[in-house]
Every structure is written in C-alpha cells, then in structure tokens.
Ligand binder design. Structure first.
Ligand SMILES: [Zn+2]
Length: 94
C-alpha cells in the first residue's frame, strides 16, 4: 500500500507566501475554493506582505470595475459641459 502523507500534510501545513500569491488573485476574483480561501485567510492573519498584496489586487479590481461602469453623475456633468460649448458640442449617440 502506498501512503500519500503529503496530501494531508498540505492541508495542515501553513501556506507560504509563494502559494498565497497564487491564491490571492483567484480569491479576489471569487474563484478560490473554500479550502484554499480558509488557508489563505490564515496566512493573511500573520503576513502583512500578502495582506498588502491582497489589498492591492482589490484596489486594481475596483478601479477596473469603475472604468467599466462610470459614475452616471460624472457622465451627466460631462454631457452638460459638452452642451455648454459653442455649437452644442457632441450630442449623445454620436
Ligand atoms: Zn505571505
């Protein structure tokens, strides 16, 4: 019988930074499985470097999300500004 102790050891062993870095992106994207997420959370509790990296990923993701759906108020102000220009400026839909 072949024993595979490393599989169970991997579950118990603390996640290291290299492994955490691989999981962080999946975690932010909501693609990490719950097992990986629990181990990542445990690592982040005592690793400021990885916690900072997670915060950075979230920041980037939030910025990208803002780009895809701009603030409607900002779009309206931009439209008002265009309409105030001589000649009316570009009209919506053009
Ligand atoms: Zn770390």
């Amino acid at each position: 019988m072949i024993r595979r102790p490393w599989r169970r050891d991997a579950a118990r062993r603390a996640m290291d930074c290299a492994e955490a870095a691989r999981e962080i992106q999946a975690f932010v994207d909501g693609e990490a499985d719950s097992f990986a997420a629990v181990r990542l959370a445990a690592h982040l509790e005592h690793c400021g470097w990885c916690a900072f990296e997670l915060a950075t990923y979230r920041e980037i993701k939030a910025a990208l999300a803002r780009r895809r759906s701009p603030d409607p108020e900002a779009v309206r102000r931009l439209g008002d500004f265009g309409a105030s220009l001589p000649g009316g400026g570009p009209q919506p839909g053009e």
